[in-house]
Design a binder for this molecule. Structure first.
Ligand code: AMP
Ligand code: MG
Length: 400
């Protein structure tokens, strides 16, 4: 069995190129993936300006603490006159620095008497001045291709005057859920042995949270024909196929055999807990990820393996999510052979942040995932005692 990181490396090597790009208004671009490197058409700030309400002057003119007459008043949006030598200019935040001035005294640090201003503190050259280009140099890389546009990214694009951006069309992800036992919420009451399809809504939401397009597909019955038909339809409609269930070793598990028949299977079984029976391959040329059926396995393997693969196919620049090291507020008393992802909550402890189990860690039990704030990563062959260091990945980063 491959480790999750080796399995992911193999999957990423099979990622497809990003979907076609098109122009999009900034107002619509939240969550979209930038398709080009954006270089700054302007410097930011575009001109030297004041960071404070106060007085613009030449620092050397007040080196001896002398008063200067105030020769002009400059509001944000106005064009100043050059500074008359030996005077100060009243200036407000964001207003352009007049030519000849090199510093701003903030108004709280000076005394004004009879129209003249005197420093109460020494003024150093450049103080409270925001220099042209000090944030972003004109022509420099403003945002890289692959960036998922967040609110602050949209702000930065607007600040250089961009009204639209080139973004990739969202990746179309077909979602197939397999299982004769599955029924849809909202339908007739369950009969004995039936369960509601929880993977479908969860997976679809995780896909959409990644900024991708989820193509909902009906539940697929546990027969070779139904699975083959659904895989073929999905391959025709989607860029990538993600399924749940039917990839284990049961007699009703037909997904792997049909993927092999319609394409190829390149990975099966990964040393991850929960989620061992994950399968990866292609249906025709369309990449295929077969997640296990158990809901917690779906949650974990989507976050750890499917998500980075799908983001790579979307052309996103993100790599692995940062891990934080915290204290274990639990113990692992028998070492496992697989890398385990525990659903944990994070609490302040005496010795820093502590990870506490969020509930039942069985692969079939989903409620711990709803309480969890992070996944704690327990490497194989590892025992953990309370207080030991343990790595966690925040769920806000994985399934925001
Ligand atoms: P399987 O790998 O198909 O045998 O599924 C493993 C377990 O996950 C079984 O208990 C299934 O009933 C359950 N399961 C499979 N698909 C779903 C689903 N869409 N929603 C909820 N549970 C599921
Ligand atoms: Mg099944």
């Amino acid at each position: 069995m491959l480790s999750p990181s080796l399995a992911l490396a193999r999957m990423l090597a099979a990622a497809i190129p990003p979907p076609p790009a098109h122009g999009m208004q900034l107002a619509d671009a939240l969550g979209a993936t930038l398709a080009v490197d954006v270089t700054a058409p302007l410097a930011l700030p575009a001109f030297d300006n004041s960071a404070m309400d106060g007085y613009a002057l030449r620092a050397s003119d007040v080196a001896d603490g002398r008063s200067l007459p105030v020769s002009q008043r400059i509001l944000a949006g106005q064009v100043p006159l050059p500074l008359t030598s030996g005077t100060a200019a009243r200036i407000f935040t964001g207003a352009p620095l007049p030519e000849g001035a090199d510093s701003v005294m903030m108004q709280e640090a000076c005394a004004v008497v009879d129209g003249s201003v005197r420093p109460l503190q020494a003024v150093t050259v450049g103080s409270h001045v925001r220099r042209r280009g000090e944030d972003v140099a004109q022509g420099s890389l403003l945002l890289p291709r692959g960036r998922r546009l967040r609110p602050q990214d949209l702000g930065l694009l607007a600040s250089v005057g961009m009204a639209s951006v080139e973004v990739y069309r969202p990746l179309r992800v077909a979602i197939l859920v397999t299982g004769d036992e599955l029924r849809e919420p909202g339908g007739p009451p369950l009969r004995a042995g039936e369960i509601f399809n929880s993977n479908g809504p969860m997976l679809s939401a995780m896909v959409r949270r990644c900024g991708l397009q989820a193509i909902e597909t009906e539940r697929v019955a546990d027969s070779e024909q139904a699975v083959a038909q659904a895989l073929g339809d999905a391959a025709a409609a989607a860029d990538v196929i993600v399924s749940t269930g039917g990839v284990s070793v049961g007699e009703a598990d037909h997904v792997r055999s049909q993927v092999e028949r319609l394409g190829a299977l390149s990975l099966w079984r990964i040393a991850i807990k929960p989620g061992k029976p994950l399968a990866f391959g292609r249906v025709g040329d369309v990449p295929f990820i077969g997640l296990p059926g158990n809901p917690s396995s779906v949650f974990v393997t989507f976050a750890v393996l499917a998500r980075p693969f799908l983001l790579a196919c979307q052309g996103r620049d993100e790599r692995e999510m940062p891990r934080l090291t915290v204290r274990a507020g639990f113990s692992v008393t028998s070492a496992g052979t697989r890398e385990e992802y525990l659903r944990v909550t994070l609490l302040p402890g005496d010795d820093g942040t502590e990870a506490v189990l969020a509930g039942n860690q069985s692969s079939g039990a989903l409620s711990a995932a709803t309480r969890a704030q992070a996944l704690a990563v327990v490497p194989p062959d590892t025992l953990i005692a309370p207080g030991d260091a343990v790595d966690v990945i925040l769920l806000d980063a994985l399934v925001p």
